[in-house]
Design a protein around this ligand. Structure first.
Ligand code: SAM
Ligand code: SF4
Length: 331
């Protein structure tokens, strides 16, 4: 069956599946403090529907699937979904991005169900700052979750750190040190002015600061005292550029959507919890797969919808004017 190739000759092999728009945190760069209006239960894709869409994707060349959200671990039965997807022939890489709050309880079952690896978001190792960024006092749960992920072999375990000026940029050395004697893969992500701008601006006001991104090159500069950064490979590396320090067990990587976008090699499509297929994280446009699926569409019609999404995949992203909410489209 013909693969999925967009107008710029990029081959699509990676589907990111958001399984819920709900979350048990309210990160200041992602959500307003009051949260967002939740999707109606009946508008959320059922697991069988997710499986069917992924199965079509596999027929057309998708072999890498990431489960995300919102917070995927708040979706009831998510372990069952992992098992369903892990059992599909053709998925060679099955991963999840989580805030780690519930991970201590879930890591073993996720691993047994067939999840291969995990990314855990953690923006501060200081309890006060963690509370400020996530609006919740739960740092210890995330740290426990990281330990459990290592213990259960959900490897490589990657830690996503969104670096914000004046908020957590003084912690980059501490984060990088985590990779020295543990097999942890720290990934510094440039903050994107993403969540519908109004939300981000009012969040910033409430925090009495503006969120400013810190470029990867600035972070790199700050890491010099740990030694030379040696280029390294990590499984499922995606757009991150990874490095290690001499003798470090883990790696340190940089994801640079702002200072050096990686659109030329983008191989992704995104499926939202309400069944829309988006060609880009920054697209305002998504095709409604759920509606077609629920009205009995078959392979031909679903393929047409995939093609429509591909047609709308931009050559490169434009953050300006983007009105999306990250927790909805799936980070
Ligand atoms: N709730 C899960 C979590 O936090 O890992 C999964 C969804 S979250 C939207 C996915 C990733 O997007 C997280 O690593 C988060 O830090 C990142 N993210 C959210 N908003 C962002 C922003 N404005 N700029 C950069 N990264 C962002
Ligand atoms: Fe929730 Fe993840 Fe958004 Fe934070 S980044 S509010 S954990 S969805």
């Amino acid at each position: 069956m013909k693969g999925l190739i967009d107008r710029y000759n990029r081959k699509i092999s990676y589907l990111r599946v958001s399984v819920t728009d709900r979350c048990n945190l309210r990160c200041i760069y992602c959500m307003p403090s009051e949260g967002i209006k939740p999707l109606r239960h009946e508008d959320i894709l059922r697991f069988e529907e997710v499986k069917e869409i992924v199965r079509y994707g596999i027929d057309w060349g998708i072999d890498k699937v990431r489960i995300t959200g919102g917070e995927p671990l708040v979706r009831k039965g998510v372990v069952y979904l992992v098992e369903m997807l892990a059992n599909l022939k053709g998925v060679s890489d099955l991963s999840m991005t989580t805030n780690g709050i519930l991970l201590k309880d879930y890591a073993r079952d996720l691993k047994n169900a067939g999840l291969q690896r995990i990314n855990i978001s953690l923006d501060s190792r200081d309890a006060n700052k963690f509370n400020r960024i996530t609006r919740a006092e739960r740092l210890s749960l995330v740290l426990d979750g990281i330990e459990e992920a290592l213990k259960r072999g959900l490897e490589p375990v990657k830690i996503n750190v969104v670096v914000m000026k004046g908020i957590n940029d003084d912690e980059v050395l501490d984060f990088a040190r985590m990779s020295l004697d543990r097999p942890l893969h720290i990934r510094f992500i440039e903050y994107m002015p993403f969540c519908n701008r109004k939300g981000a601006e009012s969040n910033a006001k409430a925090q009495k600061s503006s969120f400013e991104f810190v470029s990867a090159s600035t972070v790199k500069e700050g890491l010099k005292e740990l030694g030379e950064l040696i280029p390294a490979q990590v499984r499922g590396v995606g757009p991150a550029k990874s490095f290690k320090f001499e003798k470090s067990l883990g790696t340190t990587g940089f994801i640079t959507p702002m200072s050096e976008h990686f659109c030329a090699t983008c191989n992704r499509l995104r499926l939202t919890a309400d069944g829309r297929l988006y060609p880009c994280l920054f697209s305002d446009y998504g095709v409604d797969i759920k509606r077609s699926l629920r009205s009995g569409a078959g392979s031909k019609e679903i393929r047409e919808l995939f093609e429509k999404a591909l047609k709308n995949k931009p050559e490169k992203h434009s953050i300006k004017g983007n009105n999306q909410v990250m927790s909805k489209i799936g980070g």
